[in-house]
Design a protein around this ligand. Structure first.
Ligand SMILES: NC(=O)c1ccc[n+]([C@@H]2O[C@H](COP(=O)([O-])OP(=O)(O)OC[C@H]3O[C@@H](n4cnc5c(N)ncnc54)[C@H](OP(=O)(O)O)[C@@H]3O)[C@@H](O)[C@H]2O)c1
Length: 340
C-alpha cells in the first residue's frame, strides 16, 4: 500500500494562545519520485519551539514577515532517509532537516545535515547539540560573559535553553539562581543540574516580592539570562550589579498576544544607567556558522555524561499543535519533542 504524506498546515493566526484550531491536518498519497540530487526523508522527531509562536505575530519580529498561512508549519526535524538520488546519503541514514510538520519530504541534499547516531542520540540534534544548545552557549558566553563567582540568574531555567545555560554557567564557576514554574522543576534544577538557588516564580504575585526573595538568596545580579520577560524580569533588573550583562534570549510570557499589544511593565531602564549595564538581544541563527565550534566544546561533555540534556517526548504526529500549546503551560522539562 502506498504510504500517506501527512502535513500540518498553518491556517489561522492566533490572537492569544496557539492550538490545534489554528492548524489543519491534511493527507495525500506519498509522491516519492526523486529528481537529481534529491533525498526522500521520513520524519522521526519534530522540534516544538517557542519561536513558532513568535512567527505568528502580526508585527515584524525576527523576520519582516510573519509565518505564511496555508503552508506546512516550519520547524526542525530529525528524519531517516527512505531513498536517495544524491551522493553521500543512503537509505537508513539519520539527518537533521528544516522540513517542518510533515511526515515526509523530498529535499535537496544540501539542505540536510547527516547525523552519526554512534556519537550522540539523534534527538540531541534538536536540543543540546542543535539550535537550543547553540543559543545557550553563545548567548551565555558571548553576551553574558560570566566570570567565576558571578551571580548568574536564568529565567525559564527548566526548559531546553535555560537548563543548558544553568549548567554552562556552573562550568564557568558562576553561582546560579534558576527561576522556573513549580517546586518539582526547582527541585530538579537544584538536585540534578547544580543550581545554587532556585525560585518558583508562580509562588509570587508581584515583582517586588519576587525581587525581595532573589535579593535574600543571591544579593545582586551580574548576568541575567532572560527567557521569559514580564514580571520575572521586572524583579531581576532592579537587582543588577555594576556592569551587569542582561541577555535577552526570549520573552515567552509575552508571546500569546503580548507581541501584538505590548503589556507595559515598570520602567526599569534607569537601573541600566546607574549600573552601567549592558543589555543585548541574541539570536541562534547569528551563530549558525559557529556550530562546529560549539559542538567541539559541548559534544564531549554530552558523550561523557557530564551534561543533563533531558528530553520530553510526546508520542504522535497528531499531537503537534497541542504540544506547541503546552510550551505555554510548561508541563515539560528540557527539550520538547514530538515523535512521529
Ligand atoms: N534568541 C534565540 O535565538 C532563541 C532560541 C531558542 C529559544 N529562545 C527563547 O528562549 C526561551 C526558551 O525557549 P525553549 O525552547 O528553551 O523553551 P522551553 O523553555 O523548553 O519551554 C518554554 C518554557 O517557558 C516557561 N513559560 C511559559 N510561559 C511562561 C510565562 N508566562 N512566564 C514564565 N515562564 C513561562 C515554561 O516553563 P515554566 O514551567 O518554568 O513556566 C515553559 O516550559 C523562549 O523565550 C524562546 O523564545 C530564543
Amino acid at each position: 500500500m502506498q504510504p500517506m504524506h501527512r502535513q500540518w498546515i498553518y491556517r489561522r493566526r492566533p490572537d492569544a494562545t496557539v492550538g490545534s484550531e489554528h492548524y489543519a491536518l491534511i493527507e495525500a498519497p506519498l509522491e516519492s519520485t526523486l529528481g537529481a540530487g534529491q533525498v526522500l526523508i521520513e520524519a522521526r522527531y519534530f522540534s516544538v519551539d517557542p519561536y513558532m509562536r513568535i512567527g505568528q505575530s502580526g508585527k515584524p519580529t525576527y523576520d519582516a514577515d510573519a509565518h505564511p498561512l496555508n503552508v506546512v508549519q516550519q520547524g526542525g526535524v530529525v528524519a531517516q532517509v527512505l531513498a536517495s538520488n544524491a551522493d553521500g546519503f543512503a537509505s537508513g541514514d539519520w539527518v537533521r532537516s528544516y522540513t517542518g510538520w510533515q511526515t515526509h519530504a523530498r529535499v535537496a541534499a544540501g539542505e540536510l545535515t547527516l547525523l552519526d547516531p554512534a556519537l550522540a542520540p539523534v534527538t540531541t540534534a534538536l536540543g543540546v547539540l542543535g539550535m537550543p544548545g547553540r543559543t545557550a552557549w553563545f548567548g551565555l558566553t558571548e553576551a553574558g560573559r560570566p566570570h567565576a563567582g558571578d551571580v548568574v540568574v536564568v529565567s525559564g531555567a527548566a526548559g531546553a535553553v535555560g537548563s543548558l545555560v544553568v549548567q554552562f554557567a556552573k562550568r564557568h564557576g558562576a553561582r546560579v539562581l534558576a527561576i522556573a514554574g513549580g517546586a518539582a522543576k526547582c527541585g530538579w534544577l537544584r538536585d540534578k543540574l547544580g543550581a545554587d538557588w532556585t525560585l518558583d516564580y508562580k509562588a509570587f504575585g508581584d515583582a517586588d516580592a519576587m525581587g525581595a526573595a532573589i535579593k535574600a538568596m543571591a544579593g545582586g545580579v551580574d548576568v541575567y539570562f532572560d527567557n521569559v520577560g514580564g514580571i520575572v524580569t521586572d524583579a531581576v533588573i532592579a537587582l543588577i550589579n555594576r556592569r551587569a550583562r542582561i541577555v535577552i534570549c526570549g520573552q515567552i510570557s509575552q508571546y500569546s498576544g503580548g507581541l501584538d499589544a505590548p503589556e507595559m511593565g515598570p520602567r526599569l531602564l534607569h537601573h541600566m544607567l546607574y549600573q552601567r549595564a549592558t543589555m543585548q538581544g541574541i539570536l541562534a541563527r547569528d551563530y549558525v556558522h559557529r556550530m562546529d565550534e560549539m559542538t567541539r566544546i559541548v559534544a564531549p561533555w554530552v558523550r561523557a555524561g557530564e551534561i543533563v540534556f533531558e528530553e520530553t517526548v510526546i508520542g504522535g504526529f497528531d499531537q503537534l499543535p497541542s504540544a506547541l500549546n503546552s510550551l505555554f503551560t510548561g508541563e515539560h522539562r528540557g527539550k520538547l519533542l514530538v515523535q512521529a
